[in-house]
Design a protein around this ligand. Structure first.
Ligand code: TEU
Length: 543
């Protein structure tokens, strides 16, 4: 099925525009969304059974995290077959059903493609390792030991330790920017490029509407494998992500040749109207915007906002400069399956919710394709584990502080056993969520977070100017307050801790969405809006 058979597209959408203009995406962490067969692991049939909820919420597209065959060292981000479904998550038939049912409801389906590395169990790696003289060897990055017998250079793995593991049989090291079980592909090898063209075609032929590209900044490595400059000391027991940041990643990441790979991918995907959305973690904004030059990726995630605690001035400064460098091509996010949830990062409870919704409301008016992470619409704090650790970053590093388990606990649907996620024991053992944090509990309460997010999405759909009309920033006196105008829409985000008054420059405005009640149009001409602390208001005018 192709996109043209979809029955709905974003309101005000012009058919000549790509489907993602004006769309809002929703990330599904497949392992933890819905389990249909009671084995404790989320699956594709479970997702299909919950599509009505996503339609009701009002998102336009879902991104599914990897569901491919995988030994699971990094929970699916170690793929052993790119064109199949892991029995853990269902079957290809289940996938086809999911796509068909999603399309019937006007929802697009994006899959995660993991091109930086394969699983150690992928047949390409088995062949590369077992036959050093064979044609598959060069699909990966192998290098001789340094003169002292150690790793060939000083590159580090994101997940701790060197980015190199020694292969006794051949006497060479293989490169891995993540786990040793995730060997990095050699993107200078034409066979690798051709294989991925085929993988993209294979999934678009099955009806997928786009790809989220894992570690898009990592693909091509320095041809001479030069050392990275070290910029900070590494100490014993340091968090692996901090140790990774102790280097300037001049030679292992963000090489100019990455963009050439995506130009090639775009030639495959653009004629099929399949979106290419990169996970790009590059110094910004100029390096980021290179990835979305015409004919390369369509959008990139801007992930810095998913790293921040509550820091309004920093957040607004980075958002504005990133927006201005690529006004329609940023996928704005506050969270994903790698980061602590925003409600927790922003102080928890009602305050965490107010702040998250205030920022998300601004994101909805920035062009580009914003994404919610499952449970964000419920204002969930991080889940609390009852037992065990699962994230390999925590399991393999005693000093790790940025464990990723808290955001990966099951989606709480209701107050039955395991919050309705599974009838069996979930793969991750976490505390029960109270009724007010569940989908069912919130649907019965008109003031609950889910209704506030749903209204926001409805307002965006009703007012296409919110994402389409040219954006003009309105200068404000306080750097913690951002204001903008887009055609018939104005948005004022007051992230400061006190009420703020912003002149709108013309009369005739009406609030159409308040992230927190209590804004007031001041004076008879309605020319200024007074906005409560830590909230965002969207206004419309008919003038
Ligand atoms: O994450 C990539 C990742 O870890 C980096 O973006 C990292 O946050 C950054 O470079 C820190 O400097 C993706 C997936 O989202 C994650 O779940 C996987 O574990 C990882 O790739 C490996 O596939």
């Amino acid at each position: 099925m192709t996109g043209s058979t979809l029955q709905r597209s974003a309101a005000g959408h012009d058919m000549a525009e790509p489907w993602w203009r004006g769309a809002v995406g929703y990330e599904i962490y497949v392992r933890s969304f819905a389990d249909s067969n009671g084995d404790g692991v989320g699956d594709l049939a479970g997702i299909t059974s919950r599509l009505d909820y996503l339609s009701w919420l009002g998102v336009d597209a879902v991104w599914l995290t990897p569901f491919y065959p995988s030994p699971g060292h990094d929970h699916g981000y170690d793929v052993s077959d790119y064109c199949a479904v892991s029995p853990r998550h269902g079957s290809l038939e289940d996938f086809d059903t999911l796509v068909r049912e999603a399309h019937r409801r006007g929802l697009r389906v994006m899959v995660d493609i993991v091109p930086n590395h394969t699983s150690i169990e992928h047949q390409w790696f088995a062949s590369a390792r077992n036959r050093p003289e064979g044609p598959d060897r060069d699909r990966y990055l192998w290098a001789d030991p340094a003169s002292d017998g150690g790793p060939p250079n000083n590159w580090r793995s994101h997940f701790g330790g060197p980015a190199w593991t020694f292969d006794e049989a051949s006497g060479q090291y293989w490169c891995h920017l993540f786990l040793p079980e995730q060997p990095d592909l050699n993107w200078r090898n034409p066979a690798v490029r051709e294989d991925f063209d085929s993988i993209l075609r294979w999934w678009t032929d099955r009806g997928v509407d786009g790809f989220r590209v894992d570690v898009a900044h990592g693909l091509v490595k320095d041809a001479r494998l030069r050392d990275n400059p070290q910029i900070a000391p590494i100490t014993e027991g340091m968090d692996p992500f901090d140790a990774f940041d102790a280097f300037e990643h001049r030679h292992d990441m963000d090489q100019s040749e990455n963009v050439e790979v995506f130009r090639r991918w775009s030639r495959v995907c653009a004629p099929r109207q399949a979106m290419l959305l990169g996970e790009v973690n590059a110094p910004w904004p100029d390096r980021m915007s290179r990835y979305v030059e015409p004919g390369a990726l369509d959008q990139v995630f801007f992930l810095r906002t998913a790293f921040l605690g509550w820091a309004p001035e920093t957040l607004l400064t980075m958002v504005r400069s990133m927006h201005d460098a690529a006004p329609q091509q940023i996928s704005w996010v506050l969270s994903n399956h790698d980061r602590s949830r925003p409600v927790t990062r922003f102080g928890g409870g009602e305050s965490g919710l107010q702040r998250s919704l205030a920022v998300t409301t601004l994101f909805m008016a920035l062009g580009g394709t914003p994404f919610l992470f499952q449970g964000e619409e419920l204002a969930l704090p991080d889940g609390v584990l009852r037992a065990g650790l699962h994230d390999p970053v925590s399991v393999r590093n005693e000093g790790a502080i940025h464990g990723r388990d808290g955001c990966r606990t099951p989606m709480p649907w209701d107050s039955s056993a395991h919050n309705g996620f599974s009838t069996g024991d979930p793969w991750i053992d976490s505390e029960f969520r109270p009724p007010e944090h569940t989908v069912d509990g919130q649907r019965d309460d008109p003031d609950a977070a889910v209704h506030r997010y749903r209204s926001l999405l409805a307002v965006r759909r009703r007012h296409p100017d919110m994402w389409r009309a040219p954006l003009q920033w309105i200068e404000t006196a306080d750097p913690r307050v951002a204001a903008l105008r887009r055609g018939s829409i104005a948005v004022v985000a007051n992230l400061s801790d006190r009420r703020a008054r912003v002149p709108l420059g013309s009369p005739g405005w009406q609030p159409v969405f308040e992230s927190r009640a209590g804004s007031s149009l001041d004076n008879r001409e309605h020319e200024a809006i007074s906005v409560p602390a830590e909230s965002t208001v969207v206004l419309a005018t008919d003038q």
